[in-house]
Design a protein around this ligand. Structure first.
Ligand SMILES: Nc1ncnc2c1ncn2[C@@H]1O[C@H](COP(=O)(O)OP(=O)(O)O)[C@@H](O)[C@H]1O
Ligand SMILES: [Mg+2]
Length: 256
């Protein structure tokens, strides 16, 4: 059976720099895959090429059996592949519920003019959006925070809200770029539990870039290791971390 996400020979260049250099990996449905590698390895670039925020210079991205290479983010969102973002400060004054509704609206690529032309339909869509937002609030156990401002959330709840915003798309797959960055170990554990639960309950597939190897070990299998734009190894966490080539890449990465 074909993997849910299949990335073949992905190339992305910035001037003379090969940020992704024939990177090849796949993620099967229902897995929580990790992506590790030294700084500058091309992890974020690969993510952005997959989620549509960057156009690859070469290679193939297949998602859910379709060639989606180079599709823009809102098309990927509609197909069920989303990446999370930090919540911008401007959204701090909005409630958690409003944040979710906005995320559902934003990325659908809809135009404002429709409000004028089809007010009835827009109202129905608003209602559907709100219903979906409440569903997501339950899934992420943020239900009791629906009407508080995003700016008043704790660090951990804010991370959950980032995840919840991605869930608005009813995605098949979520990409997370360093969810553990700047988060204390207790919150990392909590976030890991939420991710695992969402994966089990909703059958969601994850791909997670993370520096925290504890989180990777607890949560991810397989782990994709990138170095200098290429995929060095893919396998179970203990397996790839025991690979001398991977260890060497990390050591040389740390010196730069
Ligand atoms: N928009 C960009 N313009 C130019 N160079 C970039 C850009 N984005 C990333 N790079 C370079 O591409 C390489 C890979 O970066 P990145 O994908 O962010 O790595 P990682 O996420 O693994 O740390 C780095 O050398 C980085 O400086
Ligand atoms: Mg990065």
């Amino acid at each position: 059976m074909e993997a849910l996400l299949d990335v073949r020979e992905l190339d992305k260049h910035f001037g003379g720099l090969r940020a992704c250099d024939r990177a090849t990996f796949e993620v099967e449905e229902g897995k929580i895959a990790g992506m590790i590698g030294p700084n500058g390895a091309g992890k974020t670039t690969a993510f952005n090429c997959v989620a549509g925020f960057l156009k690859p210079d070469g290679g193939l991205v297949r998602f859910d059996g379709e060639d989606v290479t180079g599709l823009p983010p809102h098309r990927m969102f509609a197909k069920g592949l989303v990446r999370t973002f930090q919540i911008p400060q401007e959204l701090d004054t909005m409630t958690v519920l409003e944040n979710l509704m906005l995320a559902g609206e934003d990325q659908s690529g809809e135009a404002v003019w429709r409000t004028w032309l089809r007010p009835g339909r827009v109202r129905r869509e608003e209602e559907a959006l709100e219903a979906r937002a409440h569903e997501v609030l339950e899934q992420t156990q943020l239900g009791h925070q629906a009407y508080i401002r995003a700016g008043a959330l704790s660090g951990g709840q804010r991370k959950l809200l980032e995840l919840a915003r991605a869930l608005m798309a009813e995605p098949k797959m979520i990409l997370l770029d360093e969810p553990g960055a700047g988060v204390n170990p207790a919150l990392i554990r909590l976030l890991s539990e939420h991710i695992r639960e969402l994966s089990q309950r909703l059958g969601l597939t994850f791909l997670i870039i993370e520096h925290n190897l504890d989180l990777i070990r607890q949560l991810c299998d397989p782990v994709v290791v990138m170095a200098q734009g290429r995929v060095l190894d893919i396998g179970a966490p203990d397996e790839v971390l025991a690979n001398p080539e991977v260890q060497a890449a990390y050591l040389s990465g740390q010196r730069t």
